[in-house]
Structure formats: structure tokens, C-alpha cells
Design a protein around this ligand. Structure first.
Ligand code: ZN
Length: 70
């Protein structure tokens, strides 16, 4: 599983991704679902991230934790 597939599977909002995996994803770095959904982490109704933009994937490489779970 690639890191981006992992992001997709998680169903987290951006702030939970950043917090959980020590990332620094900005709003423009990610693609979110068109409709609001429930974050699997915080349970809030948020824009759920389904992938990180291709040229921003390097930002995921800095997260060892995310890498270990792949
Ligand atoms: Zn969340």
C-alpha cells in the first residue's frame, strides 16, 4: 500500500492527518471529497482528505509513522 492509498483508507480530516502523522499538509496540498464527511479520527464533520496531490507526496515521506504502517 502506498502512502496515498493509506491516506485514502484512513478517512481523516486534514488536521487529524497532520496531528497523527506529524505532517504539514496545507489546504492546497490535498484533495478532499466534495461533500463533508465524518472524520474517522476526531468524529467531526469535516472535509475528508482522499489523497495528497502528486507533486506534494514528498511531504508524506517525512512521516516515519505513516511509512511504518504501510
Ligand atoms: Zn479529524
Amino acid at each position: 500500500m502506498t502512502r496515498n492509498e493509506r491516506i485514502h483508507a484512513l478517512g481523516y480530516c486534514r488536521s487529524c492527518l497532520n496531528e497523527t502523522y506529524g505532517l504539514k499538509l496545507k489546504q492546497e496540498d490535498v484533495l478532499v471529497y466534495e461533500f463533508l464527511g465524518q472524520c474517522m479520527k476526531c468524529g467531526n464533520t469535516r472535509h475528508i482528505v482522499h489523497r495528497v496531490k502528486k507533486y506534494k507526496i514528498w511531504k508524506l515521506m517525512s512521516s516515519r509513522k505513516l511509512g511504518n504502517e504501510c
